[in-house]
Design a protein around this ligand. Sequence first.
Ligand code: GDG
Length: 471
Amino acid sequence: MKTIIVSNRLPVKITNNNGEMEFRQSEGGLATGLGSIYRQGNNMWLGWPGIEAADEENHDEITARLEKMNLYPVFLTQEEISLYYEGFSNETLWPIFHYHPTYARYEQSYWDSYVEVNKKFKEAIFKIAEPGDTIWIHDYQLLLLPGMIRQEQPNITIGFFLHIPFPSYELFRLIPWRAEILDNMLGADLLGFHTFDDVRHFISAVSRILPVHTSANEISYNERVVVAETFPMGIDDKKFESLADSSEVLENAAALRESFGSSKMILSIDRLDYSKGILQRLQAFDILLQKNPEYIEKVFLYMIVVPSRDTVSQYKDLRDEIDKLVGNINARYRTLNWTPVNYYYRSFPVEMLSALYKMAEVCLISPMRDGMNLVSKEYVASRTNNTGVLILSEMAGAAKELIDAVIVNPNNVGEVYRAIIEALNMPLEEQQRRMQAMREVVSKFNIRHWVKIYMDRLQEVKAMQGSMQAK
Ligand code: GDG
């Protein structure tokens, strides 16, 4: 009996080094957390290896090399990447699930491809799955997979976890294929979400759209009982703690300090996405400099935007608007020795991220919507001396746990501006009290804990279903 993790993307980067393929494990939060599972025995992780299916002669070699790392590939064609991934996943589901209905496109061709690719994943799973196996599926690209697998293997154990918010019924109902989506999600035994509100919205949507019976968080459908529950995802706190005191990070932090002198750093790190509230954050910083010129040369915004989905038009437009606003702020306030916004449109090695977490007096995270937001937790875990202030949007799942952050409504630019002033002037004792409380939360509910409670609960739910059938 083995466990198969399934996600759109495998935790691996394949690069071409002078005709030789190089395979590197990517160490995202999910990969680290699930490492303890998929690397054990004959367990596996199945997903897209990130390269196009065009070059078929490579497939056998790639498959063989990935299998040695307990990874199993599902190859996608350029058309599938454009219709299933960029299309239905990122232009239909993503905007609806993040409360941006005007950005959503409802294209039949996107949906058809989404169905086909979910089938492709199902077929790949059945090449490696055996009766008694546990399948744990991740995220919004694979919402149909639980139902497709259940149809062929009625007794198999299936877990599903959604990493992004589940929207209110009023938003979800806009999707033309809403019933098919929910029907297939309910093929899972346990559906996990980051917050209680996501669970509540999911149960409300299934109750209105499908002929289900619900009792608390149990949903009876097609003579099965499915459980929907909250599992707020954590991070590898120990990794960020020890990185913060490693020699490389200390060197990076010292170099940063030297170039920025005594002015205070407000840090912001996101993927390029309209859900992350990047423009509103810049507006709040602009108001700060406009209304309080005494902060000129005393504080700066260090803003990393990691390139993402820039083939989708809304992302390209957002990037242009960020460029414009940053240029505008810098042009108005810059002095000979000081630049107000240090903006980088690229990603950095984790040792640099860690140095920034260590150095930033304030971390400003203001998404319009975010399933969880791991950057906020990484900042907290990196503050080994318990100083620093986290400003966090109430729309991020993390705000439910990090209640000692300065919590803001990201649409209220005035409130965000006042929060920045509060953070810059917070007495040391108060910083320490809040940061210590948050570090305890981040350390207790870490990624290992998340994986363990999810897997334990999945087995419990399966046992409960077994005993109900026996009655
Ligand atoms: C989705 C949901 C949910 C960022 N810049 C660099 C870099 N990062 C790493 C961070 C962090 C991760 O990327 C970003 O995670 P988030 O949680 O903030 O956001 P999403 O990518 O949108 O993730 C989100 C998450 O799934 C998990 O369920 O929390 O709500 O949207 O770990 O450190 N890493 C490196 N260089 C960078 O420049 N190395």
